[in-house]
Ligand binder design. Structure first.
Ligand SMILES: [Zn+2]
Length: 463
């Protein structure tokens, strides 16, 4: 192995060092016209930090975090601060890794279950909505999201704009169009048949093992990082019952195998017990919502290491929406039908120590409030440490990116947030982050957003 001579390579694996050098070769000339290369920007030293070690739920006092480029170069109690470093004094703060939300819909706002708004929104509208919501999400301390479903590849476009520093936002793992059956939760139902062309694989509508494989390949071709499927009915869709299975074992197997050939994982929206079990047996990485679990479903998930992404905020929002009249009548009925089950299901999953990753379903309720999920998880039986782990280490594991994300460690992305309270004593302090850094760039300081130019953001935070 060649000797490491470039200090920027410290702590990186050999493939990453090579990738960084190749990246520098490509990006270098683009930035030569005036802008400083992100990797050549002066280092940042975060001093006085009380770091939350999310693996153990303990505090490490008086630490310095040295950030170079988009990565954490070193963490320690007595580091020398380089003379050219920019110092961020976070004395009096608890520093955590940037938070991860595994279930967002950045390109949409709450609709109450009506889908006709799409008829009045021009192409491109969703991506602009996404730009607004990406900013809110980042300012709330969420530096990475898995965006599980968007129309028109608006999430892929948003991700491009974030990566180029055009708009501030979290690191996005995009699903593009969710896959679903004709007339299912992921289809647009309730319109007269001659109004729209019948959607196909381009919009994620696919039936049968061959067609679903083609739909996976199509979404991957145009930028999906993860495949999202609708394995059962849902609350905010017209014309389908909430708990019914919507894909067969054969179909989901085809989806999982096709995605795996491209080294991609599958997230399955599933409410009803049968649909949950079918998706788990077919090998999906995560069950989204998981409203009606039973002992067998829990045993299957434990056996296969399947993650549950509980989205408790979504349940909370739809039940409130049903009672207030915000939801359409058909969605309100379904929300109230499923309400008695979900809280019991999440309690069972927590007690059985099923893998759980933090995910909210932001978009069903306003973006930027994501951290309220911590309170709901703790009320359902999680310790604060476990809930924070779900939004850091465990979410990174679900993404398959543990080497890059989820803790304040040498070599990982410099994604950091800070709060003034004690999140282990009160998880609600996470609703008020005062400092946000993503990929080594400060986006929020002393509770105020920081204006970041595209040149400052660089092109360094490619997911
Ligand atoms: Zn969702």
């Amino acid at each position: 192995m060649p000797r490491v001579t470039d200090p920027r390579d410290a702590g990186m694996s050999e493939p990453r060092r090579r990738a960084r050098r190749i990246g520098a070769l490509i990006v270098g000339p683009l930035l030569a016209a005036g802008a400083l290369s992100a990797q050549d920007a002066p280092p940042v030293a975060i001093t006085g930090a009380r770091i939350l070690d999310v693996a153990t739920g303990t505090y490490l006092e008086g630490r310095t975090i040295l950030v170079r480029g988009d990565r954490i170069e070193a963490v320690g109690p007595d580091l020398d601060v380089p003379a050219d470093a920019t110092v961020e004094d976070l004395s009096g703060h608890v520093v955590l890794p940037g938070l991860l939300d595994m279930h967002t819909h950045l390109t949409s706002d709450p609709s109450g279950g009506s889908s006709d708004h799409r008829m009045h929104e021009w192409p491109g509208f969703a991506a602009i909505v996404g730009a607004k919501n990406a900013r809110l999400t980042l300012m709330a301390g969420f530096t990475t999201v898995r965006n599980v479903g968007a129309g028109e590849f608006a999430d892929v476009a948003l991700k491009q704009a974030i990566e180029r520093g055009i708009v501030p936002g979290p690191r996005v793992f995009a699903a593009a169009h969710s896959l679903g059956i004709t007339g299912g939760h992921c289809d647009d139902n309730g319109f007269r048949p001659d109004l729209f062309a019948e959607p196909g694989i381009e919009r994620g509508i696919a039936n049968g093992p061959d067609e679903v494989a083609a739909a996976v390949r199509y979404q991957l071709k145009y930028g999906a990082d993860v495949i999202k499927i609708c394995a059962t009915g849902g609350v905010l869709s017209a014309g389908d019952a909430v708990g019914v299975p919507q894909y067969s074992l054969e179909e989901i197997r085809s989806i999982v195998e096709t995605a795996a050939m491209a080294e991609k994982k599958v997230a399955a929206h599933a409410h009803g017990t049968e649909g949950i079990k079918t998706a788990v047996r077919a090998g999906v990485a995560s069950i989204e919502h998981g409203s009606i679990l039973d002992d067998e479903a829990i045993a299957l998930m434990k056996e296969r290491g399947t993650y549950l992404v509980p989205t408790m905020m979504a349940f909370d929002a739809v039940v409130r929406g049903a009672r207030s009249g915000f939801l359409t009548p058909f969605s309100a009925r379904k929300a109230l039908e499923i309400a008695p089950f979900f809280e019991n299901s999440i309690r069972m999953a927590i007690a059985a120590d099923v893998n759980i990753a933090f995910g909210t379903d932001a978009g069903v309720f306003p973006h930027g409030t994501n951290a309220d999920e911590f309170r709901l998880l703790v009320e359902a039986g999680m310790t604060p440490t476990r809930a924070i782990r779900a939004a850091t280490l465990d979410a990174a594991e679900l993404l398959g990116r543990s080497e890059d994300l989820g803790s304040v460690e040498e070599g990982k992305y410099a994604d950091l947030v800070a709060v003034t309270g004690d999140p282990l004593a009160n998880v609600e302090t996470l609703k008020d982050v005062s400092f946000v850094m993503k990929a080594g760039v400060v986006y929020k300081r002393v509770g105020q957003p920081v204006e970041v130019t595209p040149a400052q953001a660089g092109r360094r935070d490619v997911s």
